[in-house]
Design a protein around this ligand. Structure first.
Ligand code: CDP
Length: 227
């Protein structure tokens, strides 16, 4: 169990982070939210006014940036250069900005290396877009979560509303569909289901159901391994 690597990928708001976090908690593994890393880098680039075309400045920025995750009262917090950016990285603006940033080869190379370093000892549940295809292609278990785009927009709208950000469901859905399209059609590490991933459609599932399904897959894996 301690060396298990679980990859949870899928489109925007498909329930990856919630599922991955709970699975990690239940199995006593480390949880890694790679989307938060891309979001934090996007925030720093945005705030510093760095042009994505300026390779030298971008490299300098990446080499002087740290993004860390810490658990605080059961919540996962993200620190960008030591400053808590948990709320700041979840705004609709950063959701727009993260697209072009995550397409950039330099950013991807930097973050993928870092993610592999974090996960090299195993014992990790990571969620993202390229975990099963690029970051940990030999993960023990690969799950690909999907859900109807309207349901995903309703979930994201609720999440935003809980943080005081008001947006119409149609607006949220349009942004989600655009981001999925961008993530799926980019040159580097496009969003794809790995050929050995197991797809779970969460449209009609509760969070509890999702977690149970993934836990059942882990159990199956362990039973197979012990034979
Ligand atoms: O929570 P949500 O599914 O909306 O997104 P996220 O996991 O926070 O990821 C934000 C964005 O970062 C995605 O739309 C991708 O553009 C990018 N990303 C990526 O390219 N590769 C990853 N492993 C994780 C996120």
């Amino acid at each position: 169990m301690k060396s298990l690597v679980i990859a949870i990928d899928g489109p925007a708001s498909s329930g990856k982070s919630t599922t991955a976090k709970l699975i990690a908690e239940k199995l006593g593994l480390m949880y890694l939210d790679t989307g938060a890393m891309y979001r934090a880098i996007a925030l720093k680039i945005y705030q510093s006014g760095t042009e994505l075309t300026d390779k030298a400045s971008l490299t300098k920025l990446l080499n002087s940036t740290t993004v860390t995750q810490k658990n605080q009262n059961g919540e996962v917090h993200f620190l960008l250069d030591g400053i808590d950016v948990t709320e700041a990285i979840r705004t609709p603006e950063i959701s727009l900005w993260v697209g072009p940033v995550s397409e950039h080869a330099l950013v991807r190379e930097y973050l993928v290396n870092w993610q592999r370093e974090i996960g090299k000892a195993g014992g990790i549940v990571a969620d993202g877009r390229d975990i099963g295809t690029v970051v940990f292609p030999s993960a023990d278990l690969k799950v690909y979560l999907i859900a109807d785009s309207h349901i995903r927009a309703v979930r994201r709208q609720k999440e935003l509303a809980a943080r005081g950000i008001v947006q119409k469901v149609e607006e949220v859905e349009e942004a989600i569909v655009k981001r999925d399209h961008r993530d799926s059609n980019r040159e580097h590490s496009p969003l794809r289901m790995a050929s050995d991933a197991i797809e779970i459609d969460t449209t009609h599932l509760t969070v509890g159901d999702q977690v149970e399904r993934v836990l059942a897959l882990v159990k199956k894996l362990q039973t197979q391994e012990s034979k």
